[in-house]
Design a protein around this ligand. Structure first.
Ligand SMILES: [Zn+2]
Length: 485
């Protein structure tokens, strides 16, 4: 990215007449940038120079896209607890062993697995026609003959919550809350309540089934799945999502004032004793191996697409970042641990299993970050440092990331990725490399989440950022925790 570098650093005296081509610029960066980052004594000159070299090597090309390509082709969709997720663990173990990492292992745990056998939705009256719909993850089945009932429309989840309990009399409740695109994806937390808790809210109101407009921002006939959570004290009713154009269609018909009757059919199964697992690989620390920097992504995916953006991209980015450091022959002071989390989509189950297993050593987890927001470029970095030295190390990391078009932001943005949230509860600091996610919810949890949506150069920029972050925090003695002084 020579033009970004040129905008970031040059002074007129340094530039002179030397930079007539991209090669000249790269030479300039390699020659002068280490001098720039030495100015802060929080990292050694050698460590800073290695970080710059890792960054520039990544920008020349990494294995990230090839890794996602292999995972999504050789394994495909990887539903939590399924045989396919198990094959993904075998695939990852093979790769990570081939790359020569230390401590390559799978840490298994059991979960209640869920699988989709089929679903259908159609308008019966007034204008009979099929609808593009998908069962939400965890949905129970309808009776074999399906459910036919009138629709009760609600513009928002709050509107559904507001009606008295038990008043829907076996209708199918529909919530049509449309989500808008955002760069940071921050509205997802608000809108996905309609998916996660909506089914039980609708059941409490007396609905026989629950239907939503997909929690997604595209205008294609790809419905978005995703997990639901049944409350313990309400009947479990089947739940589906319509694609955005189908939701528009249903709302248009309802606006005419006629009663809309629809038919839904869902068949699913559960396996109360399914297996999942986290796959782990490390570069062992040369001085303080018990101090751990955690990077990673989740290995499971939904079943509709091949899980390329969610979260094959994160797997490719973080595996390639660790490989980049290993291939450079670098041994950091502390251990860098890659965790490929299992069963994220169904409730962060791998992250919970890790929190339990490593409870005694979480105080030695220095910092963590997950890549789980697709393949878009990183535009911002934030960290929840609570120490003065941590703040200075963060500033040094941000300076080395700046030529990638990454700006430091305030620390009030969400933590280091979904699988990091149990570790945050346990006091582990996090850093987040915020990606541009404007198209993320076009594809998220749909059949359209496939490899062709990823861009190699954008993944390489992510690898550069992860490698710089992991290397500098691991090759350091800085704590991000509040030391009380
Ligand atoms: Zn994800």
């Amino acid at each position: 990215m020579p033009e970004i570098v040129a905008g970031q650093y040059p002074s007129t005296t340094q530039r002179g007449g030397r930079f007539v081509c991209a090669v000249g610029l790269v030479t300039w960066v390699l020659t002068f940038l280490p001098l720039k980052v030495h100015a802060d004594d929080i990292i050694t000159p050698e460590s800073a120079a290695h970080a710059v070299a890792l960054r520039d090597q990544a920008m020349r090309g990494t294995d990230a896209l090839a890794i996602v390509g292999a995972l999504t082709t050789e394994v495909g969709p990887r539903l939590a607890g399924s045989r396919a997720e198990s094959r993904a663990r075998e695939w990852a173990m093979g790769r990570l062993s081939d790359y020569g990492f230390s401590g390559v292992r799978t840490e298994s745990f059991s979960i209640e697995g869920w699988e989709r056998h089929g679903e259908r939705a159609e308008i019966i009256a007034p204008y009979p026609q099929p609808l593009a719909a998908t069962a939400l993850g965890g949905s129970v089945s309808t009776p074999l003959e399906g459910i036919s009932a009138d629709i009760r429309m609600f513009q928002t989840l709050d509107a559904l919550k507001a009606i008295p309990d038990g008043t829907l009399n076996g209708a199918i409740a529909y919530v049509g809350h449309a989500m808008q695109k955002t760069q940071d994806g921050s509205s997802y937390g608000y809108f996905n309540e309609a998916r996660t808790w909506g089914p039980s809210i609708a059941a409490r109101k007396g609905a026989a089934a629950y239907l939503i407009r997909s929690i997604g921002t595209d205008s294609h006939r790809f419905p978005h799945t995703g997990t639901l959570r049944y409350a313990d004290d309400t009947p479990r009713i089947p739940a589906l999502a319509l694609s955005n154009p189908d939701a528009d269609q249903l709302e248009r018909i309802a606006l005419s004032g006629e009663t809309v009757t629809i038919h839904v059919w869902v068949q699913t199964a559960t396996n109360i004793d399914a297996e999942s697992g986290n796959v782990i690989a490390e570069i062992r620390g040369r001085e303080s191996p018990n101090e751990v920097v955690v990077i990673g992504a989740h290995l499971d995916s939904w079943d509709l697409g091949t899980g390329a953006i969610d979260d094959g991209a994160g797997v490719g980015i973080t595996m390639a970042a660790l490989k980049l450091i290993k291939d450079a022959g670098l041994a950091p002071r502390r251990t860098i641990r890659l965790v490929l989390w299992g069963a994220e989509e169904v409730g962060l189950l791998g992250a919970r299993a890790y929190q339990e297993r490593y409870a005694a050593s979480l105080s030695e987890h220095v910092i963590g970050s997950e890549s789980d927001f697709g393949g878009g470029r990183v535009w911002q970095v934030t960290a929840d440092s609570q120490s003065e030295r941590g703040d200075r190390l963060f500033a040094a990391i941000a300076r080395i990331l700046a030529p990638l078009g990454i700006a430091p932001g305030s620390d009030d943005l969400p933590g280091g990725g979904p699988d990091l949230s149990p570790l945050i509860e346990s006091g582990v600091p996090t850093l987040r490399l915020h990606q541009d996610g404007r198209d993320y919810f076009d594809l998220h949890h749909t059949a359209d989440d496939t490899l062709d949506k990823l861009d190699a150069a954008a993944l390489d920029q992510n690898v550069a950022a992860f490698a710089v972050f992991a290397w500098l925090t691991a090759d350091s003695d800085v704590s991000f925790r509040d030391s009380g002084d």
